[in-house]
Design a protein around this ligand. Structure first.
Ligand code: CA
Length: 222
């Protein structure tokens, strides 16, 4: 799961980023509205945590533009503006949830989980692929209803592959879904995750082709 955090208060942004990483989310951080808008138009996220009072472009405008593109990304607004008017404006613009500063970190994390769950339910919470069943909310993978124990990054690679059946994915594309842009990712690491997945998943349900010089292609199950 990858979050975008938009917050111009540097100490708060750093604290939240660390908290999200501890929860095993990949996180990108933007400190102004314009770069948030840019990231939201080019990258794929599972949830947006958005401050309203931002330099360059107000959070309300970021949200308005996001919804105008037809993007249904779950959005939690995080703001010092506590007036009811702001709350109504935010929800009218299509925010899913609203938290007023100061807030409890544990409550924000609970709301992140709830909104991710709701977001996943709008699409499909489980992916069935031959004998493989992947629960996108609980982040668990089953083969013939038997749970496999995979590491977080391996699960991330598997989820990306399962969402892109029949399409060639480059190592860079796989890495993009796995890491924040300031993480060090390497093609080598992706190869290791792929190697582990191939070892652990049944061959009849996990036909992963290596497309030389390009990347990987997961074939539809038999
Ligand atoms: Ca602010």
């Amino acid at each position: 799961m990858k979050l975008l955090l938009v917050e111009d208060d540097q100490p708060l942004a750093t604290a939240l980023q660390q908290a999200f990483v501890r929860e095993n989310y990949a996180v990108d951080v933007a400190d102004n509205g314009a770069s948030a808008d840019q990231l939201l138009s080019t990258e794929t996220y599972d949830l947006l945590v958005l401050d309203l009072g931002l330099p360059q472009m107000d959070g309300q405008d970021v949200l308005r533009k996001l919804r105008a593109r037809g993007d249904r990304l779950p959005v939690i607004i995080l703001t010092a503006r506590s007036g009811l008017d702001h709350k109504i404006v935010g929800l009218d613009l299509g925010a899913d949830d609203y938290m007023t500063k100061p807030f409890e970190l544990s409550e924000l994390l609970a709301r992140v989980r709830a909104n991710l769950r709701r977001g996943a339910n709008q699409t499909k919470p489980t992916i069935d692929h031959g004998r493989i069943k992947y629960d996108t909310v609980a982040k668990r993978v089953y083969v013939d209803d038997q749970e496999l124990s995979l590491r977080a990054k391996e699960l991330g690679v598997l989820e990306t592959l399962l969402r892109s059946v029949g399409r060639v994915l480059s190592k860079q594309q796989l890495a993009q879904h796995l890491y924040s842009f300031d993480d060090n990712s390497s093609d080598n690491a992706i190869e290791i995750y792929i190697h582990r997945l191939r070892k652990q998943l049944p061959k009849d349900s996990f036909h992963l082709r290596t497309v030389r010089g390009i990347g990987y292609l997961l074939e539809p199950p038999e």
